[in-house]
Design a protein around this ligand. Structure first.
Ligand SMILES: [Zn+2]
Length: 343
């Protein structure tokens, strides 16, 4: 065996034992904060922008106020009253409001029906814009009811109409202050479902308002009249039901996959539980004309709502929490947008 204890044990070992802990602690005190700084900047990069302070109860109050107008079928007086109510609200919230009138033929009588989309614009000078839309007309009858008597009852559309409009009204409160490089247009589509009966015996066409809007936007782009472009379109439909379940909709995934990914990523980071990480049923809705006009648009919809086109689509089957959940995701997504250089 060699020497187990070196002869220099005494003074060198004592020096080493004193210096090693001192140096190590000095090293840790220098390195650790910078490691922590690196970690927290990494976390910040992954963190989502803050949502606006959405008030779910106020949004639910708007939903009830809209339903108190009664059924709001395209061309009806209540439909016009709702449009006026929202126009006044948007103006009060700092939006620049305009109507986009158009005409359609009534599917049963053949008579002319006057319709109008409503557009509220925030930061109208910004050419790079986002569109958030909902339809504001109600279906003429609750025709998903099995019972013929129930099919004759009025259809209030608390979720299928009022929820989207109410959430747009709530979002309007926050658009002046929200930090985003995009201009925002809140759009109400008329004539989404002036349709009687179900397929294949239905009478009437869907999406009249969104087609009118999409065609006039596409024509404007084509003629080069304006450099304004929509970078994204977010359609809200049935976003207020209790036990809200928003699944990724196949047509949205097909036409605007990146937008679906972005919105669901924000939802996950905010722990917004209404947004499910599942693929839902394919829905034909107002987002299709928008995509046709070159706007990447997705449908944020709960197509599993049990009262869809039923007489019980009423405010008591909707909730403030659901509206708030969606509003938080949308405003955080808006705040997360980055300026784009224009080519
Ligand atoms: Zn509907």
């Amino acid at each position: 065996m060699g020497r187990i204890i070196p002869h220099w044990y005494d003074w060198r070992m004592i020096l080493a034992m004193t210096l090693i802990p001192v140096c190590a602690s000095a090293l840790i005190s220098v390195i650790l904060p910078s490691v922590q700084r690196f970690r927290s900047s990494e976390a910040n990069a992954a963190m989502v922008a803050s949502p606006a302070p959405i008030d779910g109860r106020r949004a639910y109050g708007y939903l009830k106020q809209i339903c108190e107008l009664g059924p709001r079928i395209a061309g009806s007086e209540a439909n016009a009253r709702q449009r006026k109510l929202v126009a006044e609200h948007f103006t009060k919230m700092g939006g620049k409001v305009r109507e986009q009138p158009f005409r359609a033929e009534h599917p049963l009588t053949g008579r002319r029906v006057e319709m109008a989309n409503l557009i509220g614009s925030w930061h109208p000078e910004r050419l790079d814009r986002v569109l958030i839309a909902a339809h504001y007309d109600t279906r003429p009858h609750p025709d998903q009811e099995d019972d013929e008597e129930r099919r004759k009852r009025p259809f209030l559309g608390a979720n299928d109409c009022a929820s989207g409009v109410a959430l747009l009204m709530e979002i309007a409160h926050h658009l002046e202050k929200l930090e985003t490089p995009c201009g925002v247009d809140l759009v109400l589509f008329d004539g989404e479902e002036l349709v009687y009966g179900n397929d294949p015996d239905r009478r009437g066409e869907y999406f009249l308002g969104s087609w009118h809007f999409a065609r006039s936007y596409a024509a404007q782009v084509e003629r080069g009249r304006s450099k304004m472009r929509y970078r994204a379109g977010l359609l809200l439909d049935m976003v207020g039901g209790r036990d809200l379940q928003i699944k990724r909709e196949p047509n949205s995934l097909n036409f605007a996959p990146e937008l679906v990914r972005e919105v669901w990523a924000v939802a996950r980071q905010l722990d917004a539980r209404s947004f499910r990480n599942e693929i839902g049923r394919e829905v034909l809705d107002d987002h299709l004309p928008l995509n046709d006009a070159g706007i990447p648009a997705i449908d944020i919809i709960d197509f599993d709502y049990p009262y869809w086109h039923k007489a019980d689509d009423l405010p008591e089957n909707c909730s403030a929490e659901s509206l708030a959940d969606v509003g938080r995701v949308l405003t955080a997504w808006l705040a997360q947008q980055r300026a784009r250089s224009r080519r």
